[in-house]
Design a binder for this molecule. Structure first.
Ligand code: ADP
Length: 309
């Protein structure tokens, strides 16, 4: 997860059939509306993908098809090597889903509920993946240890969300779907959640597909960004790669003689070098801001929309 653009093995995992997600020419039509017109992407073990796109682009549709909750119109889809339309219980046990929020189980206590839900996964334990997650270890991992014996109805919003995550991962999924995972989190809870996602991908080799409107979160978490627009994937790469592809400009700010200056340039390193060559120690408060994923995303979607008008 932390190795960006690192070397890939010589074996192409897609060809070898070991990709966790393998989506080819996925199509979905609702009535006469073609929502997905040929979606293609793959994901390997331990990768974190963020699926982005304007409202109505078909993100939920795509994710529900992968989860086996919705039947596609056409295309070839493999999730952990299985067609999700034909996934059985053993396949489902290898997948975790964290939805917006559960509001049931009000009478259960945290530890009791997780132990109970975890028991369903025992039959699906394998040599490689021991299921379920040890309940106390899991509670510790999601930061609910002080609340283990509380009723779920008495948890705060942030604690409730941690419980949602714990429910999603109690079976030690090899593939985890996260839908807007940190909506309503305060900054500290958000950071802890990001650490947890990194831990799942780094230590557990969990593949994660995340949908979010928070582009800062997508940039922090995802190895790869997928942008869905107009029924297909218009961009697939790391945040840096997408930014380079758009050759978005960087903003350089500095002060000299007590005056603030701002300059946008596609070559910030060269610009700063020239700036120092010319003014040397007179330059203070230097700041270089490269395009954020949000800048790149907006530019890409806009360019796409202009091209389809
Ligand atoms: P997103 O998650 O990117 O906002 P959705 O997958 O929810 O997009 O929806 C994509 C399009 O498909 C929208 O135009 C939506 O109205 C339509 N749609 C979604 N579900 C259904 C359905 N069950 N029946 C008919 N149209 C649907």
């Amino acid at each position: 997860m932390t190795v960006l653009n690192g070397p890939r093995g010589v074996v192409d995992p897609v060809r070898a059939g070991t990709a966790v997600l393998d989506v080819r020419d996925l199509r979905m039509r609702y009535g006469t509306q073609d929502v997905l017109k040929g979606v293609d992407f793959t994901a390997e073990r331990g990768e974190v993908l963020a699926l982005l796109g304007p409202n109505g682009a078909g993100k939920t549709t795509t994710v529900e098809i992968l989860e086996g909750f919705r039947m596609r119109s056409a295309g070839d889809v493999r999730v952990l090597g299985v067609d999700p339309a034909r996934g059985d219980e053993a396949w489902r046990a290898r997948i975790g889903v964290v939805l917006q929020s559960w509001r049931d189980h009000a009478k259960w206590r945290v530890r009791e509920l997780l132990a109970h839900l975890g028991s369903y996964y025992r039959d699906y334990s394998t040599e490689r993946v021991r299921r379920p997650w040890d309940v106390d270890e899991l509670i510790e991992t999601v930061g609910l240890a002080p609340h283990a014996h509380k009723r779920t109805s008495s948890l705060s919003g942030g604690q409730r969300r941690r419980l949602d995550v714990a429910i999603g991962i109690v079976g030690r999924p090899e593939l985890l779907f996260l839908d807007e995972p940190t909506v309503g989190f305060d900054p500290e809870a958000r950071r802890e959640f990001h650490d947890l996602v990194h831990r799942l991908s780094d230590d557990e080799d969990t593949t994660i597909l995340l949908t979010t409107h928070d582009l800062d979160e997508a940039e922090k978490l995802a190895d790869r960004i997928l942008i869905l627009a107009g029924g297909s994937i218009i961009a697939d790469g790391s945040a840096d790669e997408l930014s380079r592809r758009m050759s978005t400009e960087a903003e350089v700010k500095w002060t000299r003689d007590g005056q603030r200056y701002v300059h946008t340039t596609s070559e910030p390193t060269k610009f700063v070098y020239e700036l120092f060559r010319q003014y040397g120690e007179e330059i203070a408060d230097l700041e270089v801001r490269r395009a954020s994923l949000e800048d790149t995303y907006v530019a890409m979607v806009r360019r796409f929309e202009e091209g389809t008008r």
